[in-house]
Design a binder for this molecule. Structure first.
Ligand code: PMP
Length: 440
């Protein structure tokens, strides 16, 4: 039985934070609203370990929600960032670092031209604007359970029917912002076909997570040898709409070429536009959108579609991103697979022994554990996961020095720095935590 760690330092900081910041956090899921309790305020991190202000160590399975592919404070990233910041942190004029980072992304992906921004939200927002500007059409198709950042038109909940337009998913988004958004069930080809049959000549673009990770990992289903993304690319092309593949989470993580490396590169299709973030910023605010040269040519200052950013292509962020991509060698990706395999096997053993219904779903080394009894193919099925059991499991793992994502609907992120000791620490914690989940 693990003794609950001392958390008085985190509690004091959380109280201070709540007095001045809504919910005490700068992004909602950090507040532990889904699992209860006090978020741990982190003082430092190294490799696979987080250390909180009370001195507790945790194996990190959040990895900043994806970016920390190499682990924390990787020497190559620290060196690149330190050198960059010593040369000044932002100029508002072009730099060689931006060119080098964009070249590195172009070399690893099917995009021909790319624009740097500072967050995944900006990337998807800008990609949609560009798709609308390029096609001269207004309607956007997205899937329920896919998250693309907090873009007004994408914070949409499904309307009353499959081909009816959606309603705002949050107060503060005007109905006029989502009335041109169609929300469909993921992996549902009939729904996509019906939506395009009814509205095809008005659809500017379809945006999807390349492999959804924000409802837990839901792989794009293969039907008769054709992957869901290939089907979407083909459907979009047939109707003159652009296919936007959001690889903010999967990019440079699911494989060196992201999710596209696992399906598009194999099947021989290319998205019109792609969005990236997380790993390509190496833990700094850098993201990007790019794609076919003919589409990107419509972007200002070359074309008429406006988009800009004071800190876009920031020299420190681009140095971190480039250092991360360069250090992400084949050995790193091999290690991600080894770590993910070990954790999937350990979780399988623990939940099986404890009699907890579970499903583990993956794309590459990105995986998530649904506490439910059958495969999850869309958002409705994801919601059958046992949230209370996950909360108990999460806290049992936290008490044993493992920091999982504080939400039942998230991927567990691993890094190349998760060494055997870190992996063993997780494996040792799993059996008792699974028994606690069983009792919840
Ligand atoms: N797209 C996807 C697939 C994401 O996972 C996220 C963030 N989790 C975003 C877009 C938004 O990125 P950001 O939080 O950097 O705005």
């Amino acid at each position: 039985q693990a003794a609950a760690p001392l958390t008085s330092g985190s509690e004091a900081l959380f109280a201070r934070a709540r007095a001045v910041t809504p919910g005490g956090v700068n992004s909602p899921v950090r507040a532990f609203n889904a699992v209860g309790g006090t978020p741990r305020f982190i003082r430092s991190a190294a490799g696979p370990w987080l250390t909180d202000v009370d001195g507790n160590d945790y194996v990190d399975l959040i990895c900043s929600w994806g970016p920390m592919l190499l682990g924390h404070a990787h020497p190559a990233v620290v060196e690149a960032v330190t050198a960059a910041i010593a040369r000044g942190s932002s100029y508002g004029t072009p730099t060689e670092g931006e060119v080098a980072l964009v070249e590195a992304i172009v070399a690893r992906t099917p995009v021909e031209r790319l624009r740097l921004v500072s967050s995944g939200t900006e990337a998807t927002m800008s990609a949609i604007r560009l798709a609308r500007g390029f096609t001269g059409r207004d309607v956007v198709v997205k899937f329920a359970g896919c998250y693309h950042g907090h873009v007004d038109s994408l914070l949409a909940a499904a309307g009353s029917g499959l081909t009816t337009f959606s309603i705002p998913g949050t107060p503060g988004v005007p109905a006029s912002s989502t009335e041109l958004t169609l929300v469909l069930p993921y992996n549902d080809r009939a729904a996509v076909t019906a939506a395009f049959a009814e509205h095809g000549d008005r659809i500017a673009c379809l945006i999807t997570e390349a492999a959804p990770g924000n409802m837990g990992v839901v792989p794009p289903a293969v039907v008769d040898g054709q992957g869901f993304n290939a089907f979407l690319a083909e459907t979009c092309r047939a109707h003159g709409a652009l296919f936007i593949s959001d690889e903010v989470m999967t990019g440079f993580r699911a494989s060196p070429q992201g999710q596209w490396g696992l399906d598009g590169a194999v099947e021989g299709w290319v998205p019109d536009l792609m969005t990236f973030g997380k790993v390509m910023g190496g833990g700094f605010p850098a993201a990007a959108f790019g794609g076919r040269a003919a589409v990107m040519a419509h972007l200002a200052p070359e074309g008429p579609v406006y988009q800009a950013g004071t800190l876009s292509g920031n020299p420190v962020a681009t140095a971190a991103g480039l250092a991360t991509l360069e250090a992400a060698t084949p050995e790193v990706y091999d290690r991600l697979d080894v770590v993910a395999d070990a954790l999937r096997a350990g979780a399988t053993d623990a939940f099986t022994a404890a009699g907890v219904p579970f499903v583990i779903q993956s794309t590459g080394s990105m995986f998530s554990v649904f506490l439910t009894d059958s495969a999850v193919t869309d958002y409705a099925e994801a919601q059958t996961t046992d949230v209370a059991a996950y909360g108990a499991f999460f806290h049992a793992m936290l008490d044993r020095g493992v920091h999982l994502p504080p939400s039942a609907y998230e991927a567990w992120f691993v890094s190349g720095s998760h060494d055997d000791r870190a992996v063993q620490h997780v494996l040792d914690a799993l059996p008792e935590a699974a028994r606690i989940a069983a009792a919840a």
